[in-house]
Ligand binder design. Structure first.
Ligand code: NAD
Ligand code: ZN
Length: 381
């Protein structure tokens, strides 16, 4: 798994192409130690008058001061703002408060935002940057496995509403993404594992070699060996970048990234968001791989292989019993991506390849009754 390199012999550089109206292309840089080189990276890639660093309280405690001091020489002292960690902060109210704080501090049209943290920070700070004075540059500096593997690339920003997750937002690409796998060392185990579910998803929909590599390297990945993490993040970013390129509206292959997610979103909803997203995705992928097999779309054994790997990664794979599953399937219709009685699922053809329907679509319409029967293994009437 070789990538392009920049400056020295170990920084991986991946170019993400994106439609001009969402902000155009941008580079993703990956290497242990890059956080300490933020000032020179910002100077080389994004010129702004003054930076606002937006982060959460936990990441502020770990890296806030170092990052703020590190980039202090670039211009006026950066504004460091933090908010309480957790999904509960991803709200319109906090979007408003952060925007007000930036205004009060005199950040102008020539300012920029560094989003330093997990996916919650990335989505919220990205939304602040996208809307502040009609949009100022944002540099994503993800600090969780999930944010590096998934959230920091693709340009989706936004906040949650009482009615559901991510219901308000815009598609706006960052100008630069900086990933330092060394910062993942301080993550709680369950947070690290939750992010790995998305790596399995990338492998499952797009690259059987990558899937086999994860299967071989489970132990070093769980131990967070820096080289293994760099290789994992690189391959996932390459896959996500190739799928999101020029497919802002998810009408093409980007939709295959929703594998596992129709069930996952419903599980999260039914549990009142008590279950972590990555855990819900793990269960969702097993359920949807089974669905694919039952519908004759996925090769036999697909679900078993995904389930085995997720189990070895310490992720949950148990599909709820039939009555609870019926409630989950009913909740899939609340998924904002569904339009009619049938719900669209991104399915696999086999491990390492997403399925495409005969009419060229990357998702399949399945009725709730059919999905329930297929996943529980009961014949549909
Ligand atoms: N924009 C996208 O395309 C996209 C894709 C996937 C997920 N998301 C969003 O991402 C969010 C989930 O992201 P997440 O899982 O990173 O959650 P998160 O941002 O809440 O981070 C998880 C926890 O880890 C802590 N943390 C962060 N970095 C740390 C570090 N280096 N060491 C120790 N602790 C650290 C955080 O403070 C938090 O408590 C959700 O809101 C989801 O909707 C967005
Ligand atoms: Zn996801």
């Amino acid at each position: 798994m070789e990538g392009k390199r920049e400056n020295d012999h170990s920084t991986v550089r991946i170019e993400v192409s994106a439609a001009a109206e969402t902000g155009g292309p941008y580079p993703v840089l990956i290497r242990s130690g890059l956080l300490g080189e933020l000032a020179s990276l910002l100077r080389a890639h994004v010129r702004v008058h003054r930076w606002a660093i937006i982060t959460d309280d936990i990441v502020e405690g770990l890296h806030g001061r170092t990052v703020a001091d590190g980039i202090a020489g670039l211009g006026p002292a950066p504004l460091l703002i933090s908010f309480p960690h957790g999904e509960a902060s991803k709200t319109r109210e906090l979007w408003g408060r952060l925007t007000d704080l930036m205004l009060e501090s005199g950040i102008g049209r020539d300012g920029g935002v560094v989003a330093l943290g997990g996916g919650v920070v990335g989505d919220l700070a990205g939304f602040v940057a996208a809307t502040y004075m009609r949009g100022i540059p944002c540099v994503q500096v993800p600090t969780t496995t999930l944010a590096m593997i998934d959230a920091a690339v693709g340009g989706k920003t936004g906040v949650d509403l009482p009615a559901g997750k991510n219901l308000v937002g815009v598609m706006r690409q960052p100008r630069l993404v900086i990933m330092d796998p060394a910062v993942l060392g301080s993550l709680p185990d369950d947070v690290h594992r939750a992010g790995l579910a998305e790596a399995v998803k990338h492998a499952a929909v797009a690259d059987e070699d990558y899937l086999a590599w994860i299967e071989r390297e489970v132990d070093v990945i769980l131990r967070r060996d820096p080289r293994a993490l760099q290789a994992l993040i690189r391959r996932s970013v390459e896959i996500k970048a190739s799928l999101v390129a020029e497919d802002t509206l998810e009408t093409g292959p980007r939709a295959s990234l929703n594998f596992g997610h129709t069930i996952a979103h419903a599980l999260e909803h039914v549990s009142g968001f008590a279950i972590a997203h990555g855990y819900a995705v793990a269960i969702g992928m097993v359920a949807e791989a089974r669905l694919g097999e039952a519908l004759g779309i996925a090769m036999a054994g697909t679900a078993a292989r995904i389930e085995r790997l997720l189990t070895r990664l310490g992720l949950p794979v148990h599909i709820p019993p039939a009555t609870a599953l019926a409630e989950v399937i009913a909740a899939t219709r609340a998924d904002k991506k569904s339009r009619a009685a049938h719900v669209r699922y991104a399915l696999l053809e086999r491990p390492g390849r997403a399925a495409r329907s005969p009419d060229g679509q990357w998702t399949f319409a399945v009725s709730p009754a059919e999905a329930l029967a297929a996943i529980t293994g009961e014949a549909s009437s």
